[in-house]
Design a protein around this ligand. Structure first.
Ligand SMILES: [Zn+2]
Length: 84
């Protein structure tokens, strides 16, 4: 079973994302919704603690596009990397 799990997870980034969000929701983590800057589909991400700003490169679970994500406790802003 574990090898099947691994091969599925490797083949499907969206699967990882869904597991991650399901776990966050179970833990009572605040989730924020935003749209992918490339495919415009809705993505959820855990909110940062109040007063914190998280800026990270992220990969869209829907289109696998790369973008920069800036998360605060209430907002998410996204940017397509400037080299494109
Ligand atoms: Zn996308």
């Amino acid at each position: 079973m574990s090898s099947l799990f691994l091969s599925m997870a490797c083949a499907e980034p969206k699967y990882f994302y869904l597991q991650y969000i399901a776990r966050a929701r179970q833990n009572g983590t605040t989730l924020l919704q935003y749209s992918c800057p490339r495919c415009q589909k809705v993505i959820e991400t855990p909110a940062a603690p109040s007063g914190d700003v998280w800026d990270t490169m992220a990969t869209c679970p829907h289109c696998n596009g790369l973008y920069l994500k800036v998360v605060t406790d209430t907002t998410v802003e996204t940017y397509i990397p400037p080299e494109e």
